[in-house]
Design a protein around this ligand. Structure first.
Ligand code: PMV
Length: 327
């Protein structure tokens, strides 16, 4: 038997960076997905990974990675999923070998939660092989795995990939799930510049250490935008959402986390009819997002291509992780 699980990636609509200090972040599940197909191996306890879409495959014997295709260092990308698979089996008190196939249409290291989506899908698929897990269990086990690899993640990414929809995250508070009446399409533009969330968070912290009053003022304003943005989202008020996104982008630039290419993409989108556009995630590269009426989406896509970047027209993914058995 094989089991297949898919899980969506995410985009932060409002509250990146401010959420590290205070106030909420509004996070959307997007219908770009990570997919994992898992099956048991009968003869050994090795965990084989086929990530051939990304150009590599190999296996873990214990913690040691041996490459079959691609460079050895690429195995590092797989450690999180190996740990997720092992923690899932531990949950059932089972040790077994596995064959795991990984496929994803979520851009990597772009702030769209590809790692968490694949961790969640790994736990979902491997769990299904041994009797099945609830969403809560999947979310918790995936978080355990993410912690081992990524230090102390906020928990946004594994939650949004597990449950889908829209989440409000605020430090020290329970995650809040938001129900939306209507769908709204938006456009994500991938600058194709890889970046490190950790470095950008540190950069903002250093700036705040040097200019505490100034930066705290900006953080307060971003936090205020998140609160207002949530209401605009619930009301389907695109014009207000657009205004808030535009102001938010300006404030993120003021924190020093935008780059010229993201600014160009943001301005090109606005110039092609978007209600609003901003960078999404940590910045420094990665992605921007825009919202617009359906009739303007094509021209915004073209504008993003002209910036030598990749547009993705996406919708909110209302479903989180989805699992099926393949007999
Ligand atoms: O780069 P991403 O999309 O994972 O976003 C990071 C969001 C930050 O607010 C910059 C950091 C954090 O941990 O909240």
């Amino acid at each position: 038997m094989q089991a297949e699980a898919t899980a969506p990636g995410k985009a932060i609509l409002f509250g990146e960076h401010s959420v590290v200090y205070r106030g909420p972040a509004i996070v959307l599940a997007v219908d770009k997905k990570g997919k994992v197909i898992a099956e048991k191996r009968d003869n050994d306890n090795r965990i084989y990974f086929d990530a051939l879409d990304l150009g590599f495959s190999g296996y873990f014997d214990g913690d040691k990675y041996t490459s079959i295709t691609g460079a050895d260092w690429r195995g590092e990308r797989l450690v999180a999923f190996m740990i997720a698979a092992k923690k899932t089996m531990e949950n059932f008190d089972i040790e077994s070998g596995l064959n795991i196939k990984i496929r994803s249409d979520i851009p990597i290291a772009a702030g769209l939660g590809s790692s968490a989506a694949l961790s969640v899908a790994t736990v979902g698929a491997v769990g299904e092989l041994f009797g099945g897990l609830s969403k809560e269990e999947i979310c918790n086990i995936a978080y355990e795995g993410e912690k081992v690899v990524h230090g102390n993640p906020s928990g946004i990414d594994n939650n949004i990939s597990t449950y889908g929809g829209v989440l409000v995250y605020e430090k020290g508070k329970e995650l809040q799930r938001v129900k939306l009446g209507e769908d709204f399409p938006f456009i994500i533009g991938d600058s194709k510049r890889k970046r490190s969330t950790k470095k950008l968070v540190r950069r903002v912290r250093d700036l705040r250490d040097r200019q505490p009053e100034l930066i705290d003022g900006i953080i307060d304003n971003i936090a205020r935008i998140s609160v207002q943005g949530l209401e605009a989202l619930k009301d389907g008020d695109f014009r207000t959402l657009g205004d808030l996104m535009n102001v938010n982008h300006g404030l993120l630039s003021a924190l020093g986390v935008s780059i010229a290419k993201l600014d160009t993409m943001v301005h090109a989108s606005r110039g092609s009819g978007a209600y609003g556009a901003k960078l999404t995630g940590a910045g420094g590269g990665g992605c921007m997002m825009a919202i617009a009426d359906a009739q303007n989406i094509r021209s915004i896509e073209k504008a993003i291509w002209r910036c030598r970047s990749i547009p993705h027209v996406v919708n909110i993914a209302h479903e989180g992780v989805q699992i099926r058995r393949i007999e």
